[in-house]
Every structure is written in C-alpha cells, then in structure tokens.
Design a protein around this ligand. Structure first.
Ligand code: BTN
Length: 319
C-alpha cells in the first residue's frame, strides 16, 4: 500500500516482481486492503494506485518530530495488529518501560469502551497506545483517562478553528460528533507499582463505508479543515500527554481539572447517565470533581458523583 500511494500506477506484474510474489498473491493482497477500507483505483492496462497520498506512520519521522523528548519514548510502529492496547498490555506485563508506544496502521480487533469495536482504516486514523507506569497504586490513576482526553484536545485545538470539546469521561467531540476516544486499561497493586495502557483512536480521514459502520455521529480532522501529518500529530500528542501525565503524577487529576472543565461540552446541560445493571439517572451535568468523577445535580439540588468507564452519558432531548 505504501508503494501504491506514490501517485503512480503500478501493474500487477511489476508489484509481483518487486515483492517476489505471484500475481494471484498481489491480487489477494489488494482485495484484503479493500476489505480494510482502502479505496484502490484500478485501471485496465495501467494498474493500481491509491487515489491520494497517505502520510504513513514512520518511526524515524515520529522520533524526529519528538525532538528533545524522543529519549522519553520507545516508539514501535506496526502495520497491522489485533489492538495496540492488547499488544502493549502484553509488552507491559513482560516488563516494557514507561513511555513505550505502539502505533499501528491497522487494527483487526480494535477495542472501544464498553465492549465496543473501534473502527479505523489504514492511513485514515491515528491509533496508538502509550504505557505509563506509576508508583502510587491504582488509586493514583483515577482521572488519568480524562487528563489524556484533555491532552489530545489541546493538540487538536492548537490547529483547529472548530474547538474540540470533552465529553465525560474521555471522548473528544466537535459539535457533539465524536472525533476521538480513549481506552485506558490498568493493572497493578492497590498501593504499590501500577501501570496504565492508554489507547487513543483519532479520526483523521474517515471513509464513507467506515462512517456507515459506526453507530454514532462522527467527525474527522479532514472535515474540520485540520491538515496535519499523522507522524507530527502522534509526536505532538505524546509530548502533550507527557506534560499532562507529569502534572497528574504530582497532583492527580486536580492539577488539570479546571482546564478539563473549560472544555466540558456537557456542563449545565440536562443529561441522563446509563449505569450498568441499574436504572438510568437524570439531572444536570455539573462538571467533574478532583478525582475525575462525573458530577450530576439531581432534581433535589444535591450533587452526586459517578465513577467508572462503563457509564454512558447522554444529552436529554429538549422537550
Ligand atoms: C472509545 O471511545 O470507545 C475508546 C476508543 C479507543 C480506541 C483506541 S485505538 C488504539 C487503542 N487500541 C484499541 O484497541 N483501542 C484503543
């Protein structure tokens, strides 16, 4: 696919020779790429190409864009993996260091929150996971996923005319359409060493077929008029995550709570919270507390705090 994105047509025969494959294998690979969501332009007598250039992920380029911060990260770029979170969780359990990053062009079992699938097309999304290790026990990680959402929002908002906002716990939304999501998986002792695998999926250029497979309103950077090379976007995200995670390590989520609240898209709006295994609760969104718990003002005027990645927040339709 890298070869086909150079703007020129390549015949099946040339591709077969270049990669030491049979023409049937080339044909199969093209079919697989289409199944992954890539649109291949095939012209009889000329060959195949991808209609547009793709800024493929490239480890050397990411490290270059990281500049002084490159030494803080161990970046691995994969063409295809089940899920960058799953791969990084395995690496973490085998002792991978703080700051290990796995980014992939394609995930064949990408995971979202609440058991959902995360859809991404090669070249059309940014999908990566970062390993952060902490000393203060699992409790110290409360609110980390919100802080990561904030970091990604800052990166986008430096370049976007349409402000990305936050939806508790960690969605990035623009006009109530989802731009990015964060999936955090943690392991460790209650009060000893612990770690978090922080996975980020960000829509860069969604294909129509991909949009049709997603059961919620979505938006991508392309539609927002944000043109940024994905290697740069990944480097900027890592740098900003490092800033936020450092602050978080010193003071917990309280360090960034005000900044998070300044981008809260739901503050003051009537909402309902869908709680796993319990009836939904209704009220007015009232921001988040110092641990990142969602605050709901009930009909009685009292504030109630809700934690947990399994909760789903919905705007209540105006009557
Ligand atoms: C959500 O909003 O539901 C969270 C989506 C998180 C998706 C990312 S893509 C990189 C990492 N690997 C995964 O399998 N999931 C996360």
């Amino acid at each position: 696919m890298r070869r086909l994105s150079d703007g020129a047509f390549h015949s099946g025969q040339d591709l077969a020779c270049e990669f030491g494959l049979s023409r049937a294998s080339v044909f199969n690979i093209l079919g697989q790429a289409e199944k992954m969501g890539l649109c291949i332009h095939a012209v009889p007598g000329r060959g195949y190409r991808l209609p547009g250039r793709i800024d493929w992920l490239d480890c050397a380029d990411i490290l270059k864009q990281l500049g002084d911060e490159a030494g803080r990260f161990d970046v691995r770029v994969l063409d295809s993996v089940d899920s960058t979170n799953s791969a990084l969780m395995k690496a973490a359990l085998e002792g991978a260091p703080n700051g290990t990053v796995i980014a992939a062009e394609h995930q064949f079992a990408g995971r979202g929150r609440r058991g959902r699938t995360w859809h991404a097309t090669p070249g059309g999304s940014l999908t990566f996971s970062v390993l952060w290790r902490f000393d203060g026990g699992l409790q110290a990680i409360a609110g980390l996923s919100l802080a990561v959402g904030l970091a990604i929002a800052r990166v986008v908002n430096r370049r976007s005319a349409h402000a990305a906002q936050l939806k508790w716990p960690n969605d990035l939304i623009v006009g109530y359409r989802k731009l990015a999501g964060v999936l955090i998986e943690v392991q460790g002792d209650l009060d000893g060493p612990s770690f978090a695998v922080v996975g980020v999926g960000l829509n860069v250029r969604l294909r129509d077929a991909q949009r049709e497979g997603i059961d919620q309103a979505v938006i991508d950077l392309d539609e927002m008029g944000v043109a940024i090379d994905r290697n740069q976007l990944l480097a900027d995200s890592l740098r900003e995550m490092r800033v936020v995670v450092d602050a978080f390590g010193r003071q917990g989520f309280a360090a960034v709570r005000d900044d998070w609240c300044a981008l809260d898209a739901y503050a003051g709006r009537p909402v309902s919270l869908e709680l796993p295994g319990s009836p939904s609760v209704h009220g007015v969104a009232a921001g988040v507390d110092d641990n990142g718990a969602f605050l709901l003002r009930g009909a009685d005027g009292a504030l109630h705090a809700y934690h947990g990645g399994e909760i789903s927040l919905r705007l209540k339709a105006a009557r």
